[in-house]
Design a protein around this ligand. Structure first.
Ligand SMILES: *Cc1c(COP(=O)(O)O)cnc(C)c1O
Length: 479
């Protein structure tokens, strides 16, 4: 392993020298705010700085390096033309305080994007403000709360969430002040509608659902589920983070959902995973439109305007109007694909997942082995039982074969789960390579399980204490 930048430090070395200051020094700062010793910053030449960051960039793994089947995260290829569009100076250099007259193009883009998202989801009105999926959930659930409160229906304190739900769903409901009630999945991996019926009451505010669910399975009874919830006065929230599973084919608005969010940074052309800007717009049915955050973009007499006049609005959930650059990328993505391209992307996402699922069959257990949507769950139960090799071991081993591991131990209802989402942007050849790696690991588990349990052997960092890394992170270099 190469030296740390601190170890490369040479006293006096400089990458860049600032000219001497020719303006007066500001007033003296109180001693208590001043450093007593110089900061221990590394001192290196310009080329060493460049090498440092280049090396760091090469140690990380992204979709532009290789296949990244991290289930539920939709780590697909984001066309570079979307980045180009977002960087056009007319979009990149505008300021949120500019007067409306000077940003008509940006407002038009937001207006048109909303219209396209309405078409894709079957919802009636959108806000583009939320900065991520979980933020969209929070906004949507706050709207559900505001709706019940507005009707003086004040005892709806419970939110129902399936046991297979993405973790953000119960977290959101809890943060919004609801009691989270879990509805069970049946043996087919779908919402147990009898259990749902037994949970319904006039205290239930709504149900949060992902369809397809985290097993990649389509909730076939969705219309029945919607009837049960609506009959009891509850609303339906749709977690549309993985819209590539249904876009162009089915719409949450048609399934009976009242509120839904989308992850522009998963489905619509923005890279994610490194903590960069995201966008989680939410759509609502017409009867909830007055509760949306302000402002919304409207068109009046051929001009675009920001409308703050929504008396029932839950208020603002984000400074200004949301992450505009991500909206530009989504707009460019959807326009480039067109309606037929959106449909084709969905079909390929589903085809790719089913292709891997059927090829892994017989080598790994597939707990819910039937037609899936964008992802499926494989399991290492067989390897665990016969050779002591767990889902974690298989995942770590994939790193040695050059792949990012899938999501593991999620959803919680599947043992030794490996949640695989190939996405629509992978080629048949690349899917075959991945399958070959998975089959090789299955053979390794039989022939030399110790090696699999010791993986990764080729990575810069071997096996880490993952709990310790999260709970007691060491973020500081100490000489
Ligand atoms: C990714 C995801 C979320 C959360 O989205 P963030 O943008 O990460 O907050 C919610 N639900 C599902 C099903 C997801 O896959």
């Amino acid at each position: 392993m190469s030296k740390l930048i601190f170890e490369k430090s040479v006293p006096g070395a400089r990458a860049f020298a600032l000219p001497s200051c020719n303006v007066p020094e500001p007033g003296e700062l109180p001693d208590s705010f001043l450093r007593q010793e110089d900061a221990l910053l590394p001192e290196v030449s310009e080329v060493e700085v460049v090498r440092h960051y280049t090396e760091l960039s090469q140690r990380s793994y992204g979709v532009d390096n290789g296949f990244y089947p991290l289930g539920s995260c939709t780590m697909k290829y984001n066309p570079k033309i979307d980045e180009w569009a977002a960087r056009l100076p007319g979009f990149a250099n505008i300021h949120p305080y500019q007067v409306e007259e000077t940003v008509q193009g940006a407002l038009e883009l937001m207006f048109d994007l909303e219209e396209m998202l309405r078409e894709i989801t079957g919802m009636d009105r959108f806000t583009l403000q939320p900065a991520a999926g979980a933020h969209g959930e929070m906004t949507g659930v706050m709207i559900i709360k505001a709706y019940h409160n507005h009707r003086q229906d004040l005892h709806r304190t419970k939110m129902i969430v399936p046991d297979s739900a993405h973790g953000t769903n119960p977290a959101t409901a809890h943060m919004a002040g609801f009691e989270v009630i879990e509805v069970k999945s049946n043996e087919r991996g779908l919402v147990d509608i009898d259990d749902l019926r037994s949970l319904m009451s006039d205290q239930v505010a709504g149900l949060m659902l992902t369809n397809p669910n985290t097993l990649g399975l389509f909730e076939e009874e969705i219309q029945g589920i919607a009837e049960v919830v609506h009959a009891a006065g509850g609303l339906l929230y749709y977690d549309g983070a993985n819209a590539n599973a249904i876009m162009g084919v089915a719409r949450p608005g048609d399934m009976g959902f009242d509120v839904c969010h989308l992850n522009l940074h998963k489905t619509f052309g923005t890279p994610h995973g490194g903590g960069g800007p995201g966008s989680g717009p939410i759509g609502v049915k017409a009867f909830l439109a007055d509760f949306l955050p302000v402002p919304v973009v409207v068109k009046r007499d051929g001009r675009f305007a920001l409308d703050y006049d929504l008396p029932l609005s839950i208020g603002k959930v984000q400074s200004f109007y949301g992450n505009f650059g991500v909206m530009v990328k989504a707009y460019a993505y959807i326009k480039a694909l067109g309606a037929s391209g959106i449909l084709e992307a969905c079909e390929n996402a589903v085809l790719n997942a089913n292709y891997i699922r059927t090829r892994l069959r017989g080598h790994y257990d597939i707990p819910y082995d039937r037609l899936c949507k964008h992802e499926f769950v494989a399991s290492a139960t067989k390897q665990k039982k016969e050779h002591g090799v767990s889902a974690l071991d298989v995942a770590k081993s994939l790193i040695d074969y050059g792949y990012h591991p899938p999501t593991i131990y999620f959803p919680l209802i599947a043992e030794e789960a490996m949640m695989i989402e190939p996405t629509e942007t992978e080629t048949r050849e690349r899917l075959d390579d991945f399958v070959e790696a998975m089959l090789a690991i299955a053979r390794d588990a039989v022939e030399h399980p110790e090696q699999v349990k010791d993986a990764p052997r080729k990575a810069v960092i071997r096996r880490v204490d993952e709990t310790g890394a999260a709970r007691n992170p060491v973020l500081k270099w100490t000489p």
